[in-house]
Design a protein around this ligand. Structure first.
Ligand SMILES: Cc1cc2nc3c(=O)[nH]c(=O)nc-3n(C[C@H](O)[C@H](O)[C@H](O)COP(=O)(O)OP(=O)(O)OC[C@H]3O[C@@H](n4cnc5c(N)ncnc54)[C@H](O)[C@@H]3O)c2cc1C
Length: 492
């Protein structure tokens, strides 16, 4: 078997992997990068993202950054445990160091390090700006690199390509297992190259940056149940992320972190082959399932803050599909086309019956649903598509909280919608140096995790924070791993 020796071995070539590899190299390490994809498709999810960063300027994250993480943490945690979780690490009970939660220490580190990571990326020629998004109005501030995630991969990839002796990238090579020594330190990776060729790459440290398990149907069903059969990655890059990084770390004793039963959900048009073909105009109409019934409040708040919950409810419908239904009033919403990224035209009909036929939904059940909804809409209209306008239905068990206007004027339109999986939340626990923490609260010597492998989200994704998580944790891991290569004590 082929066995090769480096200082640092990085698994994955997305924002987390490239940030880790280059930072390690800049700190003097010789680095190997394993990448499942061929070179022209390297970069996983990062390659396809627009890569918005939740920032109010290049120098600071958004004002709501840490509050949103706290609010989105979900569940009903023990307040005593939470109190201990915010204590400094030194005084934290060991059991809490291993606890799966949106760790306030790590979130604070990401907030502090994000501006530095952004400036570091600018050194590779990437420019950041406040770029247009597919929301008509937003509940927070977001910046992004011009050219999106692809620009990041191209800029960082070019730097690595120029230094093949220092950063060797093994394409079409998938990591399968960790190698450890008798003292519990991680000392390399077992992998498989093209033609099922086994290989071992040894290193003083391993950085797992191989994304989540959005491309692994078996893991999705295992953690999320049978409805997971109806979801698919929101873009092609997700198919490369099959969860080996997460599984290998758990196998090595890592503490789990992040919500294994959840993922960043997005409502998309299932007919479309576009990247991230979201349909985000639905809050101005109604949603029906394939039984012709409404099943959720279509407008609980601004769409950028609520679409994820709505997408998950669509996944829970009988066949995992819904239709966003409108009348001609949709055109009262200026610029609504920016909210739909599917380029496939909607189903369109002159009557509700005809539309039901196109949706393959029972026409009588559908008409009854629309009729009941129309009756519940307020008579006096103060429709304001850019704000939560309080135009709510009355008397329906399933209320629509805003923008409720009757569906009466032809032509009628419908977009089919399913729930797509942007990335999974389940990962492993890391500390502020991106070291993987074991289930007893101790760092596993030589093992780091960055990006999606490092779980931080619970139930609701705090939007526009995953690429920055990748850049920040990748850089932390790369720096620590390079430092470690010279430290005898930590090599044990
Ligand atoms: C369409 C889209 C839009 C998005 N929009 C945003 C946004 O605006 N803002 C935001 O913050 N986030 C966004 N995200 C999420 C964000 O892009 C990702 O979560 C982030 O880029 C993940 O970075 P990563 O480095 O952890 O993983 P990835 O970029 O997915 O990289 C993982 C790499 O590991 C490789 N790999 C996987 N398994 C193995 C293995 N066993 N061996 C070797 N290599 C392996 C893959 O081929 C891939 O190159 C979006 C995602 C998508 C798909």
């Amino acid at each position: 078997m082929q066995a090769i020796e480096f200082d640092v071995v990085v698994v994955g070539c997305g924002i987390a992997g490239l940030s880790a590899a280059i930072t390690a190299q800049q700190n003097g390490a010789r680095v190997a990068v394993l990448e499942r994809a061929p070179q022209d498709e390297r970069g996983g999810n990062t390659r396809y993202t627009e890569s918005f960063w939740r920032m109010k300027s290049e120098d600071a994250v958004s004002d709501d950054f840490e509050d949103r993480f706290a609010a989105n943490a979900g569940g009903w945690p023990d307040p005593g445990v939470l109190r201990d979780a915010v204590r400094d690490r030194e005084n934290q009970p060991r059991v809490l160091r291993a606890l799966g939660l949106a760790d306030p220490h790590l979130i604070a580190t990401i907030a502090e390090e994000a501006p530095k990571a952004l400036k570091w990326l600018k050194e590779f020629g990437v420019k950041f700006d406040f770029l247009p998004l597919y929301f008509l109005s937003q509940s927070t501030t977001r910046m992004g690199p011009i050219g999106g995630g692809l620009a990041l991969i191209e800029a960082l990839g070019a730097y690595a390509d120029d230094r093949p002796d220092d950063i060797a990238i093994f394409y079409e090579t998938a990591a399968r297992g960790l190698i450890h020594n008798d003292e519990g330190a991680i000392i390399g990776i077992r992998a498989v190259g093209p033609g099922n060729k086994p290989m071992e790459i040894r290193g003083r440290s391993v950085i797992l940056a191989s994304g989540g398990f959005e491309g692994n149907q078996e893991m999705l069903s295992h953690y999320m149940g049978p409805q997971a059969q109806f979801i698919r990655p929101v873009a092609r890059g997700g198919h490369y992320n099959r969860g080996e990084g997460v599984a290998m770390a758990l196998e090595a004793g890592a503490a789990s972190c992040g919500d294994y039963g959840s993922f960043h959900a997005q409502p998309v048009d299932p007919r479309s082959t576009d990247i991230e073909p979201v349909v985000l105009n639905y809050s101005y109409g109604i949603l029906v399932n394939d039984a012709g019934q409404r099943f959720t409040d279509e407008a609980p708040g601004m769409v950028d803050a609520t679409y994820e919950a709505v997408a998950r409810i669509i996944m829970g419908q009988r066949h995992g599909i819904a239709y966003a239904v409108f009348d001609a009033g949709l055109d009262d919403v200026e610029n609504w086309p920016v909210t739909v990224r599917s380029r496939i035209p909607p189903l369109e009909a002159g009557s509700l019956d005809e539309l039901a036929g196109l949706m393959e939904v029972d026409a009588r059940d559908f008409s009854a649903t629309v009729e009941a909804y129309n009756q519940a809409c307020p008579v006096e209209e103060k429709f304001d598509p850019l704000r939560t306008d309080g135009l709510a239905t009355t008397g329906l068990a399933l209320r629509k909280s805003h923008w409720a206007r009757p569906i009466v004027r032809p032509p009628f339109k419908a977009w089919p919608m399913i729930c797509a999986n942007c990335f999974t939340f389940g990962g492993v626990k890391i500390d502020e140096r991106a070291r993987v923490i074991n289930a007893e609260g101790d760092a596993i010597p030589g093992l780091y995790a960055a990006g999606e492998v490092a779980g931080i989200y619970y139930r609701v994704y705090t939007g526009a924070t995953s690429v920055m998580r990748g850049a920040v944790t990748g850089r932390l891991a790369g720096e620590d791993a390079a430092r470690r290569r010279n430290s005898r004590e930590e090599q044990r």
